[in-house]
Design a protein around this ligand. Structure first.
Ligand code: ITT
Length: 207
């Protein structure tokens, strides 16, 4: 375990195995003077929390403990009003593949006219020493469309339309999804706090 030495504050481990999230974080953090790395391969963390925030905390703490590095986790998902908030924190576990998860949602929504839904992203940043530093959430409201549209992004992106611009996440370019999406909104809250922490570190506060 790394006891908070210099290199541990110059690297940020993204505590996820989801390649779609990693691609988004690489874009969000491209201007930061931090080396962005993925969590160790093959790591499995049981998501036993009851909320997005609890699961994000669990993942970030596990990865910080394992790596001794600054660690950031995202727990996210799609909550659909007509389905009582499902799949919610079970979004990743709703079926085996992205295509099957999309099919299940569309099938379950057949009897309903109400297509309102929201994506949520909870982020948790944990220090190399294992302290929770920042917790934030971002939400994006939208509707579930009748047929998948678009080829960009990942997960449920082809069936989630942001009403204000009438495009699904999968029809948006990276910049549009970053500025309108749940993860981008959470990162917008995280960044100023992260800059403050890195500044404090560079002035020796965490040495
Ligand atoms: P990690 O736990 O390793 O981060 P995961 O995919 O299991 O990876 P979650 O437990 O947070 O991540 O589950 C999130 C689920 O919600 C997953 O099925 C995603 O595809 C979906 N999801 C989250 N954000 C999304 C987005 O921006 N667009 C489409 N689907 C998204």
């Amino acid at each position: 375990m790394n006891e908070g030495n210099q290199s541990s504050w110059q690297t940020l481990v993204i505590a996820t195995s989801n390649l779609g999230k990693i691609a988004e974080f690489n874009t969000f953090f491209s201007s930061l003077s931090l080396r962005i790395v993925k969590q160790p391969q093959g790591l499995e963390i049981n998501e036993t929390g009851k909320t997005f925030a609890q699961n994000a905390r669990l993942k970030a703490l596990a990865v910080a403990k394992l790596t001794g590095q600054l660690s950031l986790a995202d727990d996210s998902g799609l909550s659909i009003h007509a389905l009582g908030g499902a799949p919610g924190i079970y979004s990743a576990r709703y079926a085996n593949t992205d295509q099957e998860r999309i099919n299940r949602v569309l099938q379950e929504l057949v009897p309903f006219r109400n297509r309102e839904a929201a994506f949520c992203s909870a982020l948790c940043l944990v220090s190399p020493q294992g302290d929770v530093l920042v917790e934030v959430e971002g939400i994006c409201e939208g509707v579930i469309v009748d047929e998948p549209r678009g080829n960009n992004g990942f997960g449920y992106d082809p069936i989630f339309e942001v009403k204000s611009i009438g495009l699904t996440f999968a029809e948006m370019d990276k910049e549009q999804k970053s500025s309108l999406g749940h993860r981008g909104k959470a990162v917008k809250k995280l960044l100023p706090k992260m800059s403050e922490l890195l500044q404090a570190y560079s002035m020796g506060k965490y040495n």
